[in-house]
Write a protein that binds this ligand. Structure first.
Ligand code: PLP
Length: 241
């Protein structure tokens, strides 16, 4: 495929996703600019990120540092905010703190400590979302990362108190197991309750990141401020990621 063909394909896909977000906002009685699109570019090349930026995309997300770090470096001249949305090992934190604007997968105290240290070292402020695992029991981690709902407040306090970090809100991935399996709308409504509780003590933590290609309408209906869309913009991923 030529660059021009790919650009046309991405533009068409973006327009379709835009229509879906607009329709979902209208149905929910929300203004369109309540919801921001983050394009998840994992497994796709820097050349696609460049085309997306030319088409007006300003927020992109990646879930593996090994892939994201070189891609972000390739695209350092573009006006993009990079979101990190994958499970994050502490030994990758220094690298991630070099390019990410927002880490959406903050789910344990040790990660907060490491992110703070590396943000300060890099002289950057990192936005943080607490990743909530709606399938995790009290005191446990979720299967795909995240902290159980009753651990959100303590972790949020740790982020708010940490140098170099900014508490921006909450994120979830709809669970595949447990009481919310197959019930995306209910899951995202639960995340909104958690967000409401959090904003009572941290009013600036307004971001609610929920919804992917298959369930962005449910996320918008529940009140999400950010949707993370990969497949519907870039195509079905060639491999797991
Ligand atoms: C891959 C990924 C997405 C995007 O998923 P699609 O189904 O391709 O839209 C969103 N959020 C996270 C955390 C992801 O890893």
């Amino acid at each position: 495929m030529t660059d021009d063909d790919r650009r046309t394909q991405l533009a068409d896909n973006l327009a379709r996703v835009e229509d879906r977000i607009s329709a979902a906002c209208a149905k929910a009685g929300r203004p369109r600019d309540d919801v921001e699109l983050i394009v998840v570019t994992k497994t796709y090349p820097a050349s696609d990120v460049r085309l997306l930026a030319e088409l007006g995309v300003r927020q992109v997300a990646e879930n593996r540092d090994q892939e994201a770090a070189p891609k972000a470096a390739d695209c350092a001249d573009l006006p993009l905010t990079w979101h990190f949305v994958g499970q994050l090992q502490t030994n990758k934190v220094r690298s991630v703190a070099g390019y990410a604007g927002i880490v959406q997968s903050v789910d344990r105290a040790r990660l907060v400590t490491a992110l703070s240290r590396e943000a300060v070292r890099a002289g950057r402020e990192l936005g943080c979302l607490i990743q909530v695992a709606l399938d995790a029991e009290s005191g446990r981690q979720g299967a795909r990362g995240g902290v159980a709902p009753d651990g959100v407040e303590a972790l949020a306090e740790a982020v708010a108190a940490a140098q170099g970090l900014r508490l921006d809100g909450v994120m979830t991935v709809a669970p595949l197991a447990g009481p919310y399996a197959g019930r995306q709308l209910a899951a995202f409504e639960r995340l909104m309750e958690i967000s409401t509780d959090l904003r009572a003590t941290h009013p600036a933590a307004t971001m609610v990141s929920a919804g992917m290609s298959a369930d962005l309408e449910d996320a918008v209906a529940a009140g999400a401020t950010h949707v993370r869309v990969g497949t519907a913009v870039l195509g079905v991923r060639p491999r797991l990621g």
